[in-house]
Design a protein around this ligand. Structure first.
Ligand code: PMT
Length: 230
């Protein structure tokens, strides 16, 4: 696969869920396996691009034998720090990870004991990595930085995806329907529609994540060529 317009960009891809610790033996995460993000990093590397994977809770078998750089992180804040350290003007950030939106207000340093019938635990909102990346793009004048998000939705896919595209100030968003187990979380398959900020919409029927990955990169490459001409 030839990707002319992405050839000199640094491709930063995030994958997997993040882990929020409650105590030394308990944590909160989600069903993201990392397959989508790893497939994108694989496709980028195969296309000869400068590729970096920021991996959350991803099975080590999925990461073994990779020839590109991998940074492993635990929590959403760790993922944010890793992304912030890597962002530069000439990068494409693809956030295929599913970072936990909340973390525990207090992390106990010792195992919490089973005592009362009810246990109330307070969650606090995590920072949004794409939102923070958008702010960095603006404040640092990183005009060439391309920000790509994913939207995992169970209903009103288009409405919510376009909402996130605008709210997080992204260049594009890949909307995936995660209402069934056939595609999306954990599956080898996905079904996506890409919405670009210029109104362009590209859709692919259910396909293997490795083919979805190529479709995403190809369409971003084409989009960059088109906006360059204008
Ligand atoms: O990992 P797999 O099992 O292969 O599954 C793939 C996937 C379904 C996880 C993937 O295709 C996907 O949709 N990833 C995004 C999941 C998600 O967090 O979606 P969201 O709609 O809640 O978030 C929107 C965007 O904001 C995402 O790009 C997300 O990475 C990003 N985000 C979310 C929370 C947060 N604190 N910071 C973020 O930047």
């Amino acid at each position: 696969m030839k990707l002319k317009n992405l050839s000199d960009k640094k491709i930063i891809v995030s994958a997997g869920g993040t882990i929020e610790m409650l105590d030394p033996v308990r944590f909160m995460t989600n069903r993201s396996s990392g397959k989508m993000g790893v497939s994108i990093a694989d496709a980028a590397y195969k296309a000869g691009l400068n590729t970096l994977l920021i991996a959350g809770n991803v099975d080590k078998n999925l990461l073994s034998g990779k020839k590109y750089e991998i940074i492993k992180v635990l929590s959403t804040r760790d993922m944010l720090d890793a992304v912030k350290n890597q962002l530069c003007d000439n990068a494409l950030l693809i956030m295929a990870a599913a970072p936990a939106d909340y973390s525990f207000k207090e992390i106990s340093s010792v195992k919490i004991k089973k005592k009362s019938d009810e246990l109330n635990i307070t969650l606090v909102k995590n920072p949004d990595i794409l939102m923070e990346s958008s702010k960095i793009k603006q404040n640092m004048n990183f005009n060439n930085l391309i920000l790509a998000g994913f939207a995992a939705e169970t209903n009103d896919l288009e409405k919510y995806a376009i909402g996130k595209l605008k709210e997080k100030n992204l260049d594009l968003i890949c909307a995936n329907d995660v209402s069934t187990s056939e595609s999306g979380f954990e599956s080898d398959y996905n079904k996506i529609t890409i919405y670009f900020k210029n109104g362009l919409k590209k859709e692919l029927n259910m396909a293997l994540k490795k083919d979805i990955a190529k479709f995403i990169l190809k369409n971003i490459d084409t989009y960059l060529g088109e906006i360059d001409e204008k």
